[in-house]
Design a protein around this ligand. Structure first.
Ligand SMILES: Cc1cc2nc3c(=O)[nH]c(=O)nc-3n(C[C@H](O)[C@H](O)[C@H](O)COP(=O)(O)O)c2cc1C
Length: 351
């Protein structure tokens, strides 16, 4: 049995063999979900080298050549390991969704994370016909069952704790959703939202999930292409530093969990004043605000900066591979703890 301790190169041997580690051909049951502006080639390559699966976020690229350049760079950086692409099925994207998909397939990508509306039949058909794998990310069991019916290989169920958009899910935590999903879904599933320790990964597997989806815990990763001031803010963040805007307001995109900063407070002020049209918030919601003012220039008070409470587990800037190795070491320690707690240890083995 491997103990999950860090190998000399900062990596960690496999601890768990699940339907999703097999589906994605990965060492650890860790999926790094798409991150607008941040899940680029260096980030995704670092995730896959660390033993997880990462997804280049297609809509961060302004045009097809820029997206293709990210794919080429990721192939170079990932040392031949497979990597994935995140496709948004709901948002307006600079490039038609099927064009992103065609470019990714042409570049040899065989792993996709879709998120947003239920994926269209033709999207799933093209992915499946290419021999590729698709996991669709959803906020509720109802949406997970729809995705299963549509033919995706797996679903990722995110709880209300998640950084970014929990969609209409503002009261279902990840492990409760996971426990319900375990008895309703036939396909493999991951759970996400608030996961920042290896003990939580073990808990996810214990309720029946085959992997976890993580975003926030990786935000101060050395390979993340954000300003050092943003990473320092992530290191400083506590469990009360995230907040939700637009809960229940589907016209404004639904709930959005972000860093509690000056932009979020202004959003809340306008919400309290009864403003409810997208145009009332357009200056604050422009993606370029977070991209330029914060991630590029380091002003952490500006922009809607997706982040969840698991930022409290970020204690330093370090390579993504080291974070994954730490998480898996913690999962091994949690598993050993359960074995010690088991009554009648001589006959019951959890190890
Ligand atoms: C900064 C940031 C940006 C995100 N952008 C996207 C995105 O563009 N597309 C997407 O599908 N999910 C996006 N997410 C959600 C993540 O992929 C993942 O589902 C979520 O972060 C998991 O919850 P956690 O942050 O509590 O770990 C984003 C999350 C964060 C923190």
């Amino acid at each position: 049995m491997q103990d999950g301790s860090a190998r000399p190169e900062g990596q960690c041997g496999p601890l768990f063999d699940t339907a999703i580690t097999r589906l994605f051909g990965i060492r650890h049951p860790v999926l790094a979900g798409g991150l607008m502006w941040l899940a680029d080639a260096p980030y995704v390559a670092a995730v896959v080298r660390g033993g997880g699966m990462g997804f280049i976020t297609s809509r961060s690229s302004p045009d097809l050549p820029a997206f293709e350049a990210q794919l080429t760079r990721c192939r170079d950086l990932s040392g031949g390991l497979p990597f994935g692409v995140n496709l948004s099925t709901s948002r307006h994207t600079a490039v038609p969704l099927m064009d992103y998909l065609d470019a990714a397939l042409a570049a040899g990508v065989r792993h996709f994370e879709t998120a947003g509306r239920a994926p269209a039949d033709d999207l799933i058909r093209v992915i499946r016909d290419s021999g590729a794998i698709v996991i669709h990310k959803v906020p509720t069991i109802r949406h997970a069952l729809t995705a299963e019916r549509l033919g995706v290989h797996a679903v990722a169920l995110v709880g209300m704790e998640c950084g970014g958009h929990p969609g209409i899910n503002t009261d279902m935590p990840a492990t409760l959703g996971g426990a319900i999903a375990a008895s309703r879904l036939r396909i493999p599933f991951a759970i996400g939202g608030g996961i920042g320790t290896g003990g939580q990964i073990l808990a996810a597997l214990a309720v029946g999930a085959d992997a976890v989806v993580i975003g926030t815990r990786f935000l101060a990763g050395a390979e993340v292409s954000a300003h050092p001031a943003f990473k320092a803010r992530m290191v400083a963040a506590g469990e009360e530093d995230s907040a939700v805007a637009f809960a229940g307001k589907t016209a404004l995109g639904g709930a959005w969990r972000v860093l509690d900063n000056a932009t979020l407070r202004e959003v809340r002020r306008r919400e309290a004043a009864g403003l409810a049209e997208h145009a009332d918030f357009a200056d604050l919601l422009a993606g370029s605000l977070s991209r330029d003012a914060c991630y590029r220039d380091g002003d952490v008070e500006r922009g809607m900066l997706s982040m969840g409470a698991s930022a409290c587990f970020i204690d330093r800037v370090e390579p993504i591979g080291a974070i994954i190795a730490r998480l898996m070491g913690e999962a091994a320690a949690a598993r050993a703890r359960l074995a010690r707690l088991a009554v009648g240890q001589s006959t019951v083995s959890l190890g």
